[in-house]
Design a protein around this ligand. Structure first.
Ligand code: UDP
Length: 333
């Protein structure tokens, strides 16, 4: 059975869906601080065998109880906080939740002899790019506490490998987008900071125009360039990582992006096209710590894990829109 921490969240829920489609048995562990019980209910409706335990990684007995109760073979660890700005204002919350919480999880794994983990890492571990596209050997100099917590965890995992033989696959995500093509699950943050959901929300709330954070970057159209990867493609990579861990029993790290950069203005125009309506926007000041260009080299994941990208940005925008439409309709009930 695979333990999925943070399975009620955005990316975690897609990994659960993918794994359960592959007949993997799953137990989700989530404190529901940012994830939603509705997401769990949807997943359980799709597959009633999925188990759910509400608990917190900062509570050692919560996590140990999981290992006592279930026959866990591997862990996929999504649980954690991921809002950059919040991490700058409140680093204590991030070190406690992300770093201390993960240490509790790893200690329980070692105690109960579960020695394989796939970890949800981030492109933020690299910091300001020194070259592009960014490969896995790029220097790691995170510029905010969020990125630092993820790099610290990766380093801890190396030490646990050496000392306790705990093998980890670290997946460094670039910009994750899109929703389920049946609108069953999708991105659902109470505080939304991400580009595509924010553009779509502005189409509903005409009084709050979409803000382009800076248009004088050193890029062709002056707006930031990012590497946008579909959430279902990302979920596929987690399944491949589990299979790789089972077969090779090796620690490794992989970037997950498309290798193609798209600017904020390009995404805005694509979204406007998909929605078929005008969306109010304005140019706003740059956001602190936003590099001009972030683009991944995912050659390694493609070559070693056999990962393939199956979804276009346009498809992702369309599914994100249908999902947001569903959320907006729920609000009006
Ligand atoms: N962005 C923007 N307006 C928004 C949200 C994001 O202009 O309302 C820009 C942001 O400055 C960055 C890009 O869109 O250049 C992607 O931001 P997001 O927060 O989605 O992901 P990040 O790259 O920060 O992980």
């Amino acid at each position: 059975m695979i333990l999925v921490t943070g399975g009620a969240g955005y990316i975690g829920s897609f990994a659960v869906l993918k794994l359960s489609m592959q007949n993997e048995k799953i137990v989700i562990f989530d404190n529901l601080s940012t994830g939603h019980i509705e997401t769990i209910n949807t997943l359980k409706k799709i597959n009633p065998d999925i188990c759910f335990v509400q608990g917190d990684l900062n509570n050692i007995s919560d996590i140990e109880n999981i290992f006592k109760k279930y026959e866990i073979s591997e862990v996929i660890h999504f649980a954690g906080l991921s809002i950059v700005e919040e991490s700058i204002k409140n680093p204590s919350k991030y070190y406690k939740n992300n770093v201390a919480g993960t240490v509790n999880l790893l200690n329980a794994m070692v105690k109960y002899n579960v020695l394989k983990i796939v970890f949800s890492s981030t492109a933020s571990v690299y910091g300001e790019p020194e070259y592009t596209p960014i490969d896995e050997n790029h220097p790691k100099k995170p510029v905010n506490p969020y990125g630092k917590t993820k790099l610290i965890i990766e380093n801890i995992m190396d030490d646990y490998d050496k000392a306790y033989n705990l093998k980890s696959i670290r997946l460094r995500y670039f910009n994750v987008i899109g929703a389920d093509n049946l609108s069953r699950i999708g991105e659902w943050h109470d505080t939304e900071t991400h580009l595509i959901p924010n553009i779509i929300k502005s189409a509903y709330i005409k009084t709050s125009p979409f803000k382009i954070f800076g248009d004088d970057y050193a890029t062709p159209d002056g707006t930031c360039i990012r590497d946008y990867i579909n959430v279902c493609d990302l979920a596929d990579a987690h399944y491949l990582a589990i299979k790789y861990l089972r077969k090779e029993n090796k620690t490794d790290v992989f970037n997950l992006g498309t290798g193609t950069g798209t600017s904020v203005k390009e995404i805005f125009n694509l979204t406007r096209g998909v929605l078929g309506k005008d969306i109010p926007f304005e140019i706003a000041p740059k956001r602190k710590g936003d590099p001009a260009i972030l683009c991944a080299s995912s050659k390694k994941a493609q070559e070693i894990l056999g990962w393939k990208i199956n979804h276009s940005i346009k498809e992702s925008i369309k599914t994100a829109y249908l999902w947001e439409d569903k959320l907006q309709k729920l609000k009006t009930i």
